[in-house]
Ligand binder design. Structure first.
Ligand code: FES
Length: 185
């Protein structure tokens, strides 16, 4: 009997001319991380963090470039990037709101916060508002349980949240480019 084999490799999207792994990024990784580890492969996670910080997500082309740079296969890069939920494969809005859903925050009303955001902004976790301003995620413990319930707006922690006030805070976020997020898309 012949096996039917599904080709899961999607057709490759058009490449942008400019590399995601800029000379500056390669230099940083080469000088700071390669000396720390026995193989280039081991610098994969630090490289992902740099890419996330620069672009806000890890583009398909960046996965290919990382494989070349670290001298590993694309599948090895893809495996790692898809394992950790903080690495995203699609662009996010200007503000990424990560609401903690772990036990302390759950007990202190994380569901109220998610529900309020759903009502006010019309998005569920994993979605972005139509104006591309806010992307909502639920994440595990942010290490600030004493401030439960809490959330990150980009990299800033907001604790002891009340759903109504937090929704107002999100509505009052300034427009793009003045949020200090630092992503270059
Ligand atoms: S449970 Fe939410 S910060 Fe720890």
């Amino acid at each position: 009997m012949a096996w039917l084999v599904e080709d899961r490799l999607k057709p490759y999207r058009a490449k942008r001319a400019e590399a995601y792994l800029t000379p500056e990024i390669k230099k940083l990784v080469s000088e700071k991380y390669f000396p720390r580890y026995p193989t280039k492969h081991a610098a994969l996670l630090p490289l992902f963090h740099i890419i996330m910080h620069e672009y806000g997500y890890i583009a398909e082309q960046a996965i290919d470039e990382a494989a070349d740079f670290l001298e590993i296969t694309r599948a090895q890069v893809q495996d790692a990037v898809s394992f950790y939920e903080e690495f995203r494969l699609t662009p996010s809005g200007e503000y990424v709101v990560n609401v903690c859903r772990s036990i302390a925050c759950e007990l202190c009303g994380h569901k109220d916060i998610i529900e309020k955001i759903r009502t006010v902004f019309g998005i569920d976790p994993g979605e972005t508002t139509a104006d591309n301003k806010i992307t909502l995620f639920e994440v595990e413990c942010l290490g600030a349980c004493e401030q439960a319930p809490c959330a990150l707006i980009n990299e800033d922690l907001h604790g002891c949240l009340k759903a109504d006030d937090f929704a107002v805070r999100l509505q009052q976020l300034p427009a793009a480019a003045s949020n200090g997020h630092g992503h270059r898309h």
